[in-house]
Design a protein around this ligand. Sequence first.
Ligand SMILES: [Zn+2]
Length: 495
Amino acid sequence: MMLLTSLDNPPLRRSQAKHRPAGAGRHAMRAATLLLLAGALATPPALAPFAFAPLAGAQESGRRNPTVIRDAEIENLLRDYMRPIWKAAGLTQQNLRVVIISDPSFNAFVMDGKRIFVNTGALASSETPNEIIGVLAHETGHIAGGHLARMRQEMENAQTMAIIGTLLAAGGVAAGAAGGANMGGAAAALAGPQEIARRSVLSYARAQEQAADRSAISYLAATKQSPVGMLKTFERMQNDQIFISQRVDPYVLSHPMARERVAALEDLVAKSPYRDIKDSPELQARHEMMRAKLVGFSMPPDAVARRYPPSNTSLPARYARAISAYRYGAVPDAIRQIDALIAVQPNNPYFHELKGQALLEAGRPREAIAPLRRAEQLSGGAPLIRTLLGQALVAANDKSSVDDAVRELTFGVQREPESAAAWRFLAQAYGQKGDLPNADLASAQSALLSGDVQLARELAARARQTFAYGSPGWLKADDIVNVKPPKKKPGRPTP
Ligand SMILES: [Zn+2]
């Protein structure tokens, strides 16, 4: 399943909203500060400064709201890529995860100590697992090095500096210059305080980038993997930077950041005893399937056909065409293509999942159930697949399977508590069962996650009346009734 969700409405956490209002407020303010400065640094929207992409690339991709992609197959592959790296970095206890952003530009970044974000563009353009592992190892280096916390401190210092500067310059020269982002090196002395602050943060960031590079190289060495993919990615990045140089702040351009980093990396790569090690054929094959899936899901049929023409009969090519057929073509044709894939790899859970998804979305939920059950078994109970199965069971609206639906979806929301859609399907399942308090409660959760606090509180209040006082359901409903509507966040970049 390839599921798109918007990052724009970060889910409210009940515990935060109810039990730690002061702390949550402080956190929100810090986040807003970070956003403002991150904006000044031309990093991607709503994100922290440790991006892998060239600054200009980030500028290019603009201020759109990032959309998260959920997909069991790709997430599983990225976990397999990162497990050894995270172990080498001493981060096995941190419960890290890679979050996939739907964006064709090349980027990877971190914004907290728990998640590494990577664009679909980076995944699709990496020719080998090694290339993307190198990129994500670099991001891991930022987390392991605690760079985010220190960068936040640095930004706060910089902001203080900027504020003091603005106050000092109140009737003076700097006021007009403060907004000038296009000042070149020689004009630095005349730059406004915000510009000076910005550059101080930038120089700090450069040191952290090189530290993250060195960490990445050490993780790759510890796991006996080649650093060549990482170098290759940097070289490509450097070329991108030259290519789009026209639209970049000259100060950013005059930084030979990528060049320095590439030179330093070349040195380290030459010394690596693992530089000629290739990815395992098994991992390379899964990588090709991931790329095909991304192409099939994100590109129009003619682009898919150009990338994977009919003459290409490889499994990835057939996968991309089958996905494209399901998204744009006739259902019977898509099912025929998917069945042909299943004939080649009967135990590939994601082929069965795709078949189930195609049937479900074609309005044939009863037929979707069997392939989804198979996908669930073969995937070892992947939460996203169990949720999809639950969705099919609800859509089938069959009295005999309603308990099944509740079970699958309950598991789904336990493992993926931030999925508004899963809560909505669970509400439907409870509704079919005639369990109205639990249906209201699940609907309230869904409304809360979708940002409709008012509706969430109304539904939760109705559920609370029916549950026994103090029961688990009553407590959950009570929590939601007491959620405070979120305050408008200042400084968020608008789309
Ligand atoms: Zn970095």
